[in-house]
Design a protein around this ligand. Structure first.
Ligand code: KMH
Ligand code: ZN
Length: 277
């Protein structure tokens, strides 16, 4: 019996600029072209951030609509996950906007974390508000865990009835200020999750390749993409998102866990929604 691995592609993020990498997609058309290339390489899900016409990060609903429309026109079957993290410093109101578009999934960070020189702010009342908004709209949250204390916070929301089981986590390791990108930390977090949860992992920077490889071996799922890591190998920029997805798919195939199709990923993630075909 195969146990497919869901490959998520974090295509654009909020913090990167073309100065960081010339391969960063910014317009709806560029983001959609990357989504198609990633789908063809083995991705089942795209994690999206909004970008304004000048390339700056935005949670504006119209910017997201243009991006999602462009992605769904090219890849109707792919799972769309919007960010409610946005960029550091955005208000809760700003960050919540893309939920109005009824995406299948949205990210939900369950605590505050230092983020490089800045603070990614998520106090508990704010996290509750986000969880409630997702629950009211039937949008499946992916719980973004930047440090181990965010797991008990997610459990607290579950107890309060703001989340429902089975939970789905993204263990994001290697953000400067969050948990370090080590396999030991990954193991510790996996062991801390409630039974029956699904999980994926995002290794930041140089942690991407070891952690995503570990995820394949440990029976989880993985996220790659420029949002988390712009390099293909030490000092060599990845020429877009697809090479990172293609490498993860090759590794997954070699290790006996073929990449999940979007339909398989919907099943694994307990999504009740269907593709926009
Ligand atoms: N840009 C980071 C501050 C998410 O998408 O939910 C937050 C982030 C997490 O990227
Ligand atoms: Zn993100």
């Amino acid at each position: 019996m195969t146990n497919p691995v869901i490959i998520s592609a974090a295509l654009v993020g909020a913090e990167l600029t073309r100065e960081n990498t010339p391969y960063l997609p910014l317009t709806p058309d560029e983001i959609a072209a990357e989504a198609l290339a990633c789908y063809q390489a083995g991705a089942a899900l795209v994690h999206l951030h909004g970008r304004a016409k000048d390339g700056s990060p935005t949670q504006d609903v119209n910017a997201y609509r243009d991006i999602i429309d462009a992605v769904q026109t090219r890849v109707p079957e792919i799972i769309i996950q919007v960010s409610t993290g946005g960029a550091v410093g955005m208000t809760a109101e700003e960050r919540l906007q893309p939920l109005a578009l009824q995406p299948e999934m949205a990210s939900l960070t369950t605590g505050t974390v230092n983020f490089g020189e800045e603070v990614f702010y998520n106090d508990l009342p704010m996290v509750r508000e986000f969880a409630k908004a997702m629950q009211a709209r039937g949008i499946r949250p992916e719980l973004e865990i930047f440090d181990s204390g965010m797991i008990p916070s997610a459990m607290r929301l579950l107890k309060e009835g703001l989340l429902s089981e089975p939970l789905h986590f993204n263990l994001v390791l290697g953000v400067p200020g969050g948990a370090a990108g080590t396999i030991k930390n990954l193991m510790f977090m996996i062991e801390s999750l409630p039974a029956g949860s699904t999980w994926t992992t995002s290794g930041i920077g140089a942690a991407q390749l070891p952690l995503t490889t570990a995820a394949i071996l440990l029976g989880g799922n993985l996220r790659v993409g420029l949002e988390d890591n712009i390099y293909y190998s030490r000092g060599v920029l990845s020429e877009g998102n697809a090479p990172l997805v293609a490498r993860a798919a090759r590794l997954a195939n070699e290790l006996g866990r073929p990449p999940a199709t979007p339909a398989e990923a919907r099943h694994i993630l307990h999504l009740k929604t269907s593709p926009k075909i």
